[in-house]
Design a protein around this ligand. Sequence first.
Ligand code: ADP
Ligand code: MG
Length: 700
Amino acid sequence: MNPFQTPIEYLKGVGLSRAGVLKKELGLATFEDLLRHFPYKYIDRTRFYKIRDIEPELPYVQVIARITSKELLGDKRTKRLVIQAQDDTGVMELVWFQGIKWMEKTLVPGKAYVIFGKPGFFNGKAQMAHPEMELYSPANLARNGNLTLQPAYSSTEKLKQFMLDSKGLQKLVATLLDQCAKDIHENLPQYIINKYRLVDKATAYRNIHFPGDAAALNEAQHRLKFEELFLLQLRMLKSKMHRTLKFKGNIFGTVGNIFNDFYEHKLPFPLTNAQKRVLKEIRQDTQRGVQMNRLLQGDVGSGKTVVALMSMLIAIDNGFQTCIMAPTEILANQHYQTIKDLVGDDFIEVALLTGSTPQKARKVLHQRLESGELKILIGTHALIEDKVQYKNLGLVVIDEQHRFGVEQRAKLWRKNVIPPHILVMTATPIPRTLAMTLYGDLDISVIDELPVGRKPIKTVHFYENQRLRMFGFMKQEIALGRQVYVVYPLIKESEKLDLKNLEDGINTMSHEFPVPDYQLSIVHGKLKAAEKAYEMKRFIKGETHIMVATTVIEVGVNVPNASVMIIENAERFGLSQLHQLRGRVGRGAEQSYCILMSNHKLSHDGRKRLNTMVKTNNGFEIAEIDLELRGPGNIEGTEQSGVLDLKMANLATDQQLLIQVRKIVEGIFEADPQLTNPEHQILHLSLQSKEQGLSWDKIS
Ligand code: ADP
Ligand code: MG
């Protein structure tokens, strides 16, 4: 049996009742769980303070001082033990409210102690509540000297009742390491360990708990982060490799007339370098005989649609059908219009299939798809229903990634004997390292350049007292023939308050912008779908001047004439949401603006978000800052991803390491795709283990 799977009650000093609380409070059920309950911080015990030098801002400090007096104060309910301790620089006060009896009995006036705790001040005098006390002696000091960085473990009130505070947990971990360190086996190839100068696994585990010094701690942390990222990438790239071996891909061998004709005669602008690069990447993917699974990231307006279209034309040149799938009808409609406009009527037929396509028309479409007559189909989920059969579907473009699950992607693969190539487009830029982790099994292309001549959106941050200025600006822009969005937050937790704000906002707007001079569209989540669509259409057609909405307005909706985005309570939105909202303007030829309205009172993060928005239009830069501020678990689209359950590594701060590790793992698969080299045998075991840690130890 694997010693690390031993139930925790069998560890010396635990027993059944403590095992129960450990499991309930911290989820620690086995030896392995305890070993992987890493300290959340380390307390420096190398330095001794003089009482005179203690300041209230200091974290934990230790002092050597002699007890000069000891008294019990207060009545029954306010009872406390108060001790005065003195060194050659001053006097401090030590207080206990609990465990008084024990302390009173053991602490001896006249003797010197090593006193360790968090300092405070009371009546101008240094004070500590419930410090750790240890009789001072050179021998004791020497022993503590071995433990210069004392680990601090997270614990709970309940656990403390079982004497399992940080100190108590530390004792258990020490016992466990003494007993089991010899069973911790390496799970990385030895040549990798040597080459990247990693400490071995057993050392890493010992030092993450009980580091001899800061350097040892660093090495241990580095090793464990490396291992964690390594195993994650190993899994991802293995599944990618697996798919590559399993699924053949259609070969788009030639670039033919259709593409060339479009490129030379129809494309109304030169491609940006980024667009060219991505097209080249797609070209390479689709010639290898392997199914393409590519994620195309680019800010709104960076020209993803054109790239998708041109890839589709290559597919058609090679005798295949293609489709674009959008998450909503409105977006499907817009893609349909955009693509029709780009290719023109006489060039190639483009068809639309959504939930509201009438039965009759649908039948005709189905037939023409099955016969292979129809080459470009644009639609919603409707186009992957089982009824829809293609003659030869070669490329599928999916817009707006995270609304389509893996499930639906898989469904697409069954639409042809050889599964179609898949290009997923998303306008939510995510940092490279996050993409590597979340979509580690996809290839990633990035359009990081906007077409020339695009006017960057001007963003300002206004406070409440500048509201009149904002109204004035709205009127000025409307007078120039433009349209304006006004967006309110609507967040589940504060729905009532938000709706009230929205109502107030609508009242103010109607008052400030009265009919008949001004027309308003109002769209919020409480409206029926048909009502929403009706209001949206009025705005899209230019019949209304102002669209007042909660965040429910569709992602990706394109109204080129709308040039002003006003975001109310902007401090309450996340960065990526703000960026997405701002992306609704700046789509036409006119200079566009974004006004962020906020209270004067802003949190540190709130201010940073607004400042970032004012400072940059670059979605990738914004995504990086978002990642820093919120941590990877909260980035849009990553919520349910178990992939991000990292214990050691932090995708925001360990980006360099992740990139390095990814390259190393790629190199391994390049040299040894099936991991057959003897030195890679160990990796099969590492891959098999469910945990990252220690479960796999039986090498036989
Ligand atoms: P995305 O899908 O990335 O939001 P689109 O493909 O819809 O962006 O392009 C946004 C707008 O920019 C469209 O009007 C498109 O015709 C135009 N566009 C795309 N590429 C270029 C380019 N290289 N030069 C000029 N305009 C471009
Ligand atoms: Mg688009």
